[in-house]
Design a protein around this ligand. Structure first.
Ligand SMILES: [Zn+2]
Length: 323
């Protein structure tokens, strides 16, 4: 049966990655309390001035009352995409520095919290690939490269879908479709030729204006940028390769007979994902099995709200067991 697996933050959290609500606290502990990271100071400064006059941050726990890392990232990205400032202190040029620091923060925090060998993803991907002759498709909403590594160690190269259509990707030998809708820590975008380069390891945190040593693999140009997309703003990024990835993901969902959501909360703010999934399920509308693996009761209820009462729900965390 043609199956599409959609991975959300909960899958990476099962391997040790922080989730949205505790990300800032954990990052603060790692890169402020335990060791000083000068490149990230601008993030703490921004958060101290997030409510106007300075609110001192004394420990990581103070950050629990802030919006999640994704929302902070979204807000900053909004100003940059619309050529606006946040405040006198955080004018446009500083917001650019802030965004690169946020990307660095995300990349470094995931690097420190995720083990190099992520056992659950490895056993899951190996199990899925071994179970069926029909190639599955993976869609990930995570920036980390845990799933990518698991595919490689199972003997498959990830097909990220920058080019071509999903039907072709299913026929490519030795490759498995892995569509990462919000970007990936091992990609760099070249503003000169418009290509996304894929690297074997994480590069997002290296992509800074001054010390940037990552060159575009297509044209050799410098000044590459990270592809870490704020979830609600992806359409504002005029990157055609990224739009191709979304088209491929939608086509994969359309062709699927079985759709498995793992560790994804289906938050109301994820309109772009929800709209894309719903539309794909109608093209054509056919009988599909929808499976949800999520320990959170509210998230499970969201699935019934959005996708109907027939969803098969496993109220449990991701453990690497094939479903
Ligand atoms: Zn280039």
């Amino acid at each position: 049966m043609r199956t599409v697996y959609i991975f959300g933050a909960g899958a990476s959290a099962a391997e040790g990655a922080p989730v949205v609500r505790n990300f800032l606290r954990i990052a603060y502990r790692l890169f402020k309390e335990e060791q000083s990271e000068p490149g990230l100071e601008i993030v703490w400064e921004f958060l101290e001035h997030f409510y106007g006059s300075r609110t001192a941050i004394k420990t990581g726990v103070d950050l629990d009352r802030y919006p999640g890392i994704d929302e902070i990232f979204n807000i900053v990205d909004w100003y940059l995409l619309h050529n606006q400032s946040f405040s006198t202190r955080f004018h446009r040029a500083r917001l650019y520095d802030l965004k690169t620091a946020l990307v660095k923060l995300i990349s470094m925090t995931l690097d420190r919290t995720l083990p190099a060998d992520s056992g659950m993803h490895h056993s899951f991907v190996a199990g899925v690939l071994g179970k069926s002759d029909i190639l599955p498709t993976f869609i990930s909403l995570n920036y980390d490269i845990v799933l990518d590594r698991a595919a490689r160690s199972a003997g498959c190269v990830p097909e990220y879908g920058f080019y071509g259509n999903h039907d072709n990707h299913l026929e490519a030998r030795g490759k498995v479709p892995l569509y990462k809708l919000h970007g990936s820590l091992n990609w760099s975008f070249c503003p000169l030729c418009g290509e996304i380069s894929e690297h074997n390891d994480k590069v997002a945190h290296l992509l800074f204006r001054e010390q940037n040593t990552i060159h575009c693999l297509a044209c050799g140009g410098g000044n590459s940028q990270a592809i870490i997309i704020a979830p609600t703003l992806y359409k504002a990024y005029n990157i055609s390769r990224l739009h191709n990835i979304w088209d491929c993901a939608a086509r994969a969902i359309s062709l699927s007979r079985r759709l498995v959501f793992i560790g994804y909360s289906l938050a109301p703010s994820d309109t772009s994902i929800i709209a894309t999934v719903k539309r794909a399920l109608n093209a054509p509308d056919q009988k599909r099995e929808i499976v949800v693996v999520n320990p959170n009761e509210r998230a499970c209820e969201r699935y019934r709200q959005i996708l109907g009462k027939d969803c098969r729900i496993y109220r449990e965390g991701f453990k690497g067991v094939v479903v």
